[in-house]
Design a protein around this ligand. Sequence first.
Ligand code: APR
Length: 229
Amino acid sequence: MRVVVLTGAGISAESGVRTFRDDGGLWEGHDVNAVATPEGFARDRELVQRFYDARRRSLAHVEPNPAHLALARLEEELGEDLLVVTQNVDDLHERAGSRRVVHMHGELLRAACEACGSRPRWEEDLLPSPPCPVCGARALRPDVVWFGEVPYELDRIGRAVSGCDLFVSVGTSGSVYPAAGYVSLAASSGAHTLELNLEPSEGSRFFDEVRTGPAGRLVPEWVEELLGG
Ligand code: APR
């Protein structure tokens, strides 16, 4: 059975990573257009670099939770038949042991060079502008996909979603496309679709089955059910 799991901020919430749109979410106190668009970056590079430097640093204080661990365990069993597509820019899936992970919205632990296009792994601050390790230009930005930019690996994701038998969405509000449209793509290709989320989301009506509760409980339960059955 081929399985695609789409994850969003909700899967990392119990690890202590803030979600975007809930009360007290990440955008609180920040204008999204200031910190998550190319225009905002052009206007105030320092503000944006500082915002992502703080988010990158905060990764040192969080750990994968049972939901990430359960998906890593599922990969041990399914191997290439599982693909995790995450909208998250944290590295908690990898730290839990998942290897087949697509970061469609980029990664905090990479930089992108605006001069040469390289995407080096990056753990330090990007302020004050360090030189690109590949070309030397002081033109590094966070390797995070902002509003108005094209997510990574859309072809690979599209193929996996339209070819899967089971599509599971975990902890995403279903409000940002193209990720929000994958449930319909999977369903139209004949897959069973399941949503695991703290509460019903904007996309719930598109799923065959919706389970509400914390990801740290729902994901391990679902993985056990799949592997046991
Ligand atoms: N368990 C399961 N779901 C949870 C939990 C939890 N413990 N806590 C919160 N949630 C749910 C919320 O109910 C909400 O539906 O996770 C969802 C988080 O939604 P968003 O904050 O909108 O995050 P996400 O869907 O990942 O956002 C998509 O928007 O700003 C962009 O690029 C950013 O990747 C992000 C994209």
